[in-house]
Design a protein around this ligand. Sequence first.
Ligand SMILES: [Zn+2]
Length: 499
Amino acid sequence: MLYGKWRPRGFDEVVGQDHVVATLRNALITDQVAHAYLFSGPRGTGKTTTARILAKAVNCRERREGDPCNACRACEAINRGNALDLIEMDAASNRGIDDVRELRDKIAFAPSDLDRKVYLLDEVHMLTTGAFNALLKTLEEPPPHAIFILATTELHELPPTIVSRCQRFDFRRVSVEAMVERLGYIAGREGYAVPEEGLLAIAREARGALRDAITLLEQIAATYGPAPGTDDVLEGLGLVRDERTERLAGALAARDLGAALALAREVAADGLDIARFTRETIDTLRERLLAAARERAPEVETLTAAVAELAGADFRRDPGNPVPLEVACAAAVLGPARAVAPAAPAPAGERAQSGGEGRPRRPARPRRPAGGASGEDARSREQRFLDELYARCKMAQPTLAAWLNGSCEVLAMDGDELRLGFYHPIHMQKIDNDGRTLVEQKAGEMLERPVTLSVERIEKAAPARAPVRGGHLAKAARAMGAKPVESGDGPPPPPPERS
Ligand SMILES: [Zn+2]
């Protein structure tokens, strides 16, 4: 696995968490290492990696400027994964009071091969209340040889009593720039030739999780060979962009609300993932904004409003519902005061544009027309099932679960078969080969019966879909009249991370 191979071994290699690294280094240099740390932040941002580096650093005999030497006996044992005194526990699967009591009983004993015993409790928010109470007692009176590192993706689920006993570090999503740099480094060392634009697409798709980005890079190289083109990367990521994102961005830039609403409805009618379509439109808008800002073009304000409104659209309750996108479009064009989401109706003229069928919050979705209301219920039931399945798989094996995210549909889930249709071969193969046990187990838990997974390729129903060829970033920028970047000239670009 590429991720394991390139896992940072020292603080200097940790990507995008400079604030954490600087503080830990300083504590090591001044000999002020705490007894309990809490690493919180999104998955794939380096919490476990940093915890292992810290475990090495506190035990290393040849530490330099806070960094472990990676050569002494302690460092080597931890790097090989066979140090007895680095105790890693996955709280997701050891969540009970007995697990914590067992840990507590052992903690009193002196370390066996290192100077300090380091307990790394991953996904610590999964512990039961009883287990938290047992852990709290230990955190209140830790033996001098013990260091606790608690890691969690869900800080808000931890009891405040636990949080207050720890020195807390918040890991951030890794910026796209930092990821591209690291991916480029790894690709170079592996002998891959991936265009910069391909690396950028991978970095964006990983949404701040470097681990996912490296896994995606590996998958793309495995599928398309060591020198994939940008089109290969986009295809592998399932990112061949819908050309309607360009049209929607154009309509918003031209403040043509009628055209924007018509596009939103058309996309919803095709049964596309509206949340994803909206994200892609935001990317397109940001590219236009970047070009417009460099040119000091007059539509900067319009584009900024459109990015802000679309980024605020909330699809969590119903990813297939186009209304948040429609409201965001209206707010972008009319200004937020005239399109208060979601209760206020759009002005009469626009309501006519959006169909005006009296139930504007739930427009019909002709893609699954069977049986009207019951057809819609069936779709949302399958969608809900898929959302829950993804959430459960993600809890158990986040990297594998990522291949389910927005990449497939439930084709059948009654009886003992779960049939999933995938849009892209990589996602399908990954779930079929590596994710089968996980999916069958989690689906079986949810349906309360044994389930056999079957997979097939399907096409996203999108009649107007066309692959974007030849570098959409550069093309979009050039279309706006952009010239090659000149350093230090013009206003700063918009923030790199998409929301
Ligand atoms: Zn060492």
